[in-house]
Design a binder for this molecule. Structure first.
Ligand code: 2IT
Length: 449
């Protein structure tokens, strides 16, 4: 591997040894882009790779709120403005009890290359809090969001930094966050957040976009294999907003999701999770903050397997991890290889350990990287920003068509980039290289800082 790349990876490993998720993503991205650095000695001269692993700035702030019983709670909030070379900082907010600096930095680093891949003018950012919305009332969530935004509002703006949702942050939270921003600023700058409700500037298809985009990306891969999505069965981990979008688009295209999982176990619904009623049930389950996935099996008369994960089942064609980071390590990867399932499409951010990715690839599984497959979410966020700045709203079809061509563009760019470097059909390397090239070019042209 390129000596400068190796040097920077070791530097990051040592300096950030207390941030394992961040180290993992840097190792993954930088190993892929080594061939690019080989032919660009000027990157080392400009110390580009070390500059790129330091967020341009990162805030950490106190978020205090009062629960329904009058008890005061203190949480930690974060916003990491990782890289603004190609556009205003853009990325989601995650509210979950395990949120820490390492997780926010890994997500912000990933986001930088993902956003670049979309072809939209957006820089990379991420934020969130160790606040866990599970089991909280609407009033408590509002109190938290108002306090969070009171700390954050002076650092964001439609041309500065545009947060959105992620795990634990959906339409309800974005509504409370936007309301507080508007109160504090005294102006209607709705381009400051994406994932908004339709009545105040949200975009059609944004809630579905990550899942829809992942299915469009999958279609491109199947086409490459001379296959098609019709009749395919898919196992999806998670049952949040992203999984729901996958289920909807798969059903529209004649495929079906037959497995979904949560932290308490998994559902096997051979009929497919594809009717309006089933999809609505999942939405309601999620918004009630309930972790009771078994209620789906009770309601629709299918199997619920408690405490287990479905990795290794062989009556599907495609696996799509769509829950959270590090769902699949070596143990799960061995089961996937043994199952004979040929397609593994990452959808959640960094669901797979680097070792597990290598193992899957070595055993002939076609692996799609999350920073490409899930980029439709932030891609449509960028379309929401465009609509807001022009004070107009596009039809459902217009947004869906743009999303589809964006996903094809991401796929084509990735295939082109890995071929250009003689790496064959390697969607992971391709996505990393294509995402990196644009950010690198912008940074090189903007001077040393
Ligand atoms: O991981 C992601 O790309 C997101 N959570 C969406 C970010 C966004 O700004 O829409």
């Amino acid at each position: 591997m390129n000596r400068y790349v190796e040097e920077v990876i070791s530097y990051v490993k040592e300096k950030y040894s207390n941030q394992p998720e961040f180290v993992q993503t840097v190792e993954e991205v930088y190993s892929s882009i080594a061939p690019v650095v080989d032919v660009h000695p000027e990157f080392e001269k400009a110390d580009l790779l070390k500059r790129m692993v330091e967020p341009e700035r990162m805030f950490r702030f106190r978020v205090v709120w009062t629960d329904d019983e009058g008890k005061v709670h203190t949480n930690v909030g974060y916003r990491c403005q990782f890289n603004g070379a190609i556009g205003p900082y853009k990325g989601g907010l995650r509210f979950k009890d395990n949120v820490n600096e390492s997780i926010i930095k890994f997500l912000g680093f990933e986001q930088t290359f993902k956003n670049s891949l979309t072809g939209q003018p957006i820089g990379g950012a991420k934020g969130g809090s160790d606040f866990d919305p599970a089991g909280k009332s609407d009033a408590e969530i509002m109190a938290f969001c108002q306090s969070f935004m009171t700390a954050l509002y002076r650092y964001i703006g439609p041309d500065v930094d545009v947060p959105a949702g992620d795990i634990g942050v959906g339409g309800r939270e974005i509504g409370f966050l936007y309301g507080q921003y508007r109160r504090l600023k005294g102006s209607f700058e709705n381009g400051v957040l994406t994932g908004k409700g339709l009545s105040y500037g949200g975009s059609l298809i944004r809630p579905e976009a990550t899942g829809y985009g992942a299915v469009y990306y999958l279609e491109e891969i199947l086409k490459h294999e001379g296959d098609s999505i019709r009749g395919k069965k898919i196992a999806v981990s998670g049952y949040g907003n992203v999984s729901w979008g996958i289920m909807k688009k798969a059903a529209q295209l004649g495929a079906k999701v037959t497995y979904m999982s949560g932290s308490a176990g998994y559902i096997h619904d051979e009929e497919g999770i594809d009717t309006e009623e089933k999809l609505q049930f999942i939405l309601d389950l999620r918004s009630s903050n309930s972790k009771d996935l078994k209620s789906y099996a009770d309601r629709f008369g299918c199997e619920f397997v408690p405490k287990e994960k479905f990795w290794g089942v062989n009556d599907v064609d495609i696996y799509m991890p769509a829950a959270t980071q590090n769902e699949v390590g070596m143990k799960e990867a061995e089961k996937i290889v043994a199952s004979g399932v040929k397609y593994y499409i990452e959808v959640s951010n960094m669901p797979t350990s680097n070792e597990a990715i290598a193992y899957l690839k070595d055993h002939g599984v076609i692996v799609a990287p999350s920073k490409a497959a899930n980029a439709g979410g932030v891609g449509v966020s960028a379309l929401e920003m465009s609509q807001n700045s022009e004070r107009l709203s596009w039809s459902e079809k217009e947004v869906d068509d743009r999303l589809k061509s964006m996903m094809k563009g991401i796929y084509d760019k990735s295939v082109e980039a890995c071929e250009r470097y003689g790496l064959g059909y390697d969607l992971i390397a391709g996505a990393n290289i294509a995402g990196f090239e644009k950010v690198a070019e912008a940074m090189m042209e903007q001077g040393i800082f």
